[in-house]
Design a protein around this ligand. Structure first.
Ligand SMILES: [Zn+2]
Length: 418
C-alpha cells in the first residue's frame, strides 16, 4: 500500500503519531545510509500489521532540518516537500514536544524509542505508561517490527537534570492545555495569516490539524504565528469496520447527522458491501443500524435489522455481549463495539489498546492476541479531541491536572444499560 495513503493530519482520523526524523535517521532500522526514507515506509507497514489495519492512519511530524538533510537523496527530499505541501506531513523546528502535545490532546499512541525525560513533569502520564508508547525494532528478517513499551520511571533527580537542559520549559511552552481547551480548539476552523500555509491555509477545505498552544495563544505549528478563528468546525468521530479481526474500512460520523449503516441503506449512508465480501454482507440488513454522534459520544440504534445487533463490552475479566433491543438507543462507552454478526463489528475510533505486561523485556503484549481486533482494541467513543475518556481497561484513572475536566466530563456511561 502506498505510504501516502497512511499519512494524515486529520486529528479525528489519526491513530498514531510518528517522529519522522527519528525513524528516518535510525540506522538500526535497516539500510546502510545515515538517513533513509524507506525506514518510514517500513515502519508504516509494521504499524499496519501491528494494528491489523492495512490503512492505518498516522499523524507524521518532522523536524524542519529533515527536509534539507543532505544524507537523504534529492528524490527523498522532494517527496518530503510534497507531503508537506499536500498536508500529509507536519513540519516544525522541533518535533518532540509537538509529538507529546498531539499524544496528549488526541490520545494518539506515540511511536518512538525516546524516553522523553524532559517532559515527564509536563505530561505526568508518561512515566510508567504501558499503553501509549510503541517502539520500532529490526526483525530478524530485516523488516521493521513494532512493539508496545513500558516507559521508565526515572529517579526525580534525573528528571530535574533533563528539565534544566530543556529550553522549552523556560519558554513556557510546556504548560498543558486543559482537555476542555483541546475540545474548543478542535471545534473551530483556524486560518494562518502566512500565505499558502499547508496546515491552516485559505483553501475551501477546513483544517483538521491540531493547532499549537503558545501560552494563551493558538498558533500555527508550521509558522508559529497566531491563527484566526473563522467559525465552528463540524465535530466528527471515526468508526472502523472490522471483519475477522482486520480493519477493512473506516467512516466518519458528523455531530448531529445520524448515519445509516448496512448492506445498502436506502436513504444513503455507509454501504458495507464496499469493504466486505458477499457472504459476510448477506446477514447484514440493508439498513442495519443508525449511528449518531453528539460531539462527545456515539449512540447506536437498531430499528429494523433482520438478524439483530449486539454490543460488545470489553471487561478485564472478558468480553460481554449485550443484545441491542429494537428501537432502543444505546450510548456507547469506551470499549464498546457494535456486533453486526460474528465476523463483523463496528469499532468506534479506538486509540487505546489493552495490554498485558510482559515483565521480561519491558514490553507489553496484546491481552488476547488470538481474537478479533474488536476485543483487542478498546474503542473510545469520543470527539476528535479524545479527551472524554481517561480510563484504561484496568479501571485505573489517569491523573489529570486539577480542574482539567472543564465542561467536558469523561463520558463513562458507567450507570447506563447495566
Ligand atoms: Zn501556517
Amino acid at each position: 500500500m502506498q505510504c501516502e495513503s497512511r499519512l494524515t493530519l486529520d486529528a479525528s482520523a489519526a491513530d498514531y503519531v510518528v517522529d519522522v526524523a527519528n525513524v528516518v535517521r535510525e540506522p538500526a532500522l535497516g539500510g546502510d545510509r545515515a538517513a533513509d526514507l524507506s525506514r518510514l515506509e517500513g515502519l508504516l507497514d509494521a504499524l499496519a500489521v501491528f494494528s491489523r489495519d492495512p490503512a492505518v492512519q498516522v499523524y507524521a511530524v518532522a523536524d524542519r532540518s529533515l527536509l534539507t538533510d543532505g544524507r537523504l537523496t534529492p528524490a527523498e527530499r522532494r517527496r518530503l516537500d510534497r507531503w508537506y505541501e499536500d498536508r500529509l506531513l507536519e513540519v516544525l523546528p522541533r518535533a518532540d514536544d509537538r509529538i507529546l502535545e498531539l499524544a496528549d490532546a488526541l490520545e494518539l499512541k506515540v511511536v518512538s524509542g525516546d524516553n522523553f525525560l524532559d517532559f515527564h513533569r509536563a505530561y505526568p502520564w508518561i512515566p510508567g505508561s504501558r499503553d501509549r508508547f510503541l517502539r520500532p525494532f529490526p526483525e530478524s528478517d530485516g523488516r521493521i517490527g513494532i512493539r508496545p513499551r513500558i516507559m521508565p520511571v526515572p529517579p526525580e533527580w534525573e528528571v530535574s537534570r533533563k528539565e534544566e537542559e530543556g529550553i522549552l520549559l523556560e519558554a513556557g511552552v510546556l504548560r498543558r492545555w486543559a482537555p476542555s481547551t483541546h475540545a474548543f480548539v478542535l471545534s473551530r476552523d483556524w486560518r494562518c495569516p502566512e500565505p499558502g500555509c499547508p496546515l491552516f491555509g485559505a483553501g475551501d477545505r477546513p483544517s483538521n490539524a491540531l493547532p499549537r498552544r503558545r501560552r494563551d495563544k493558538v498558533v500555527c505549528p508550521a509558522h508559529g504565528v497566531p491563527l484566526t478563528d473563522t467559525g465552528p468546525l463540524p465535530r466528527r468521530t471515526q468508526v472502523k469496520v472490522v471483519m475477522d479481526g482486520t480493519v477493512r474500512g473506516r467512516f466518519m460520523v458528523t455531530a448531529g447527522e445520524p448515519l445509516a449503516v448496512g448492506r445498502a441503506p436506502a436513504g444513503g449512508g455507509v454501504a458495507l458491501g464496499a469493504w466486505i465480501d458477499d457472504t459476510a454482507v448477506d446477514s447484514v440488513s440493508r439498513t442495519h443500524v443508525v449511528l449518531t454522534y453528539d460531539g462527545k459520544g456515539l449512540s447506536v440504534v437498531d430499528e429494523r435489522s433482520a438478524n439483530g445487533t449486539r454490543v460488545r463490552r470489553v471487561r478485564p475479566t472478558g468480553d460481554e455481549l449485550f443484545p441491542l433491543y429494537r428501537g432502543v438507543v444505546w450510548k456507547l462507552r469506551q470499549g464498546d463495539s457494535i456486533v453486526l454478526h460474528d465476523r463483523l463489528e463496528l469499532l468506534p475510533s479506538g486509540r487505546r489498546f489493552v495490554f498485558e505486561e510482559d515483565a521480561t523485556d519491558g514490553t507489553v503484549g496484546f491481552r488476547d492476541a488470538g481474537s478479533a481486533a474488536g476485543p483487542t482494541m478498546v474503542g473510545v467513543p469520543t470527539g476528535p479531541s479524545g479527551q472524554d475518556s481517561h480510563r484504561d481497561d484496568a479501571g485505573e484513572r489517569r491523573q489529570g491536572p486539577p480542574g482539567a475536566d472543564g465542561p467536558f466530563e469523561p463520558h463513562d456511561g458507567r450507570d447506563e444499560q447495566s
